[in-house]
Write a protein that binds this ligand. Structure first.
Ligand code: DGP
Length: 122
């Protein structure tokens, strides 16, 4: 069964304007802002404005317009940040094994330096 959406999560508060963010892009469906704890010279989070816990929830329940806007925003934000060349990485965590901390779908965009191997073996 799907996890219920928690309206008190930190990104819900950012979307309601209760907590500030360093915004880089916004449209009717999407907000993008800089991560508070950057893991690369450029580290931006792209989130849908709708209440979706993760990609699992979003892929299952979001409308086509929301999905199209989200995918286009990820590409547009990376391009506008100048990351298209030499490149960037996108990442979305879902659930406990991925260490998802914030239960509102977010895609991380990392760039600004060579990013190393995709995963570290532990
Ligand atoms: P994840 O582990 O994929 O759920 O990543 C959550 C990210 O959210 C993590 O990189 C830190 C970031 N983050 C947490 N709280 C805040 C906040 O209040 N503001 C901003 N800008 N980023 C936050």
């Amino acid at each position: 069964m799907a996890t219920a959406y928690d309206r008190d999560n930190i990104f819900a508060k950012i979307l309601r304007g209760e907590i500030p963010c360093d915004r880089v892009y916004e449209d009717d469906h999407v907000l993008a802002f800089r991560d508070i704890n950057p893991q690369a010279p450029v580290h931006v989070l792209v989130i849908p404005k709708g209440e979706y816990v993760s990609m699992d929830d979003f892929a299952e329940s979001a409308g086509d317009a929301e999905i199209a806007a989200f995918v286009r925003a990820v590409g547009r934000v990376a391009r506008e940040l100048g990351l298209q060349d030499p490149g960037y990485r996108i990442l979305a965590n879902h659930g406990a094994d991925s260490h998802q901390e914030v239960p509102h779908l977010h895609v991380h965009i990392f760039g600004g330096r060579p990013l190393g191997p995709m995963l570290v073996r532990t």
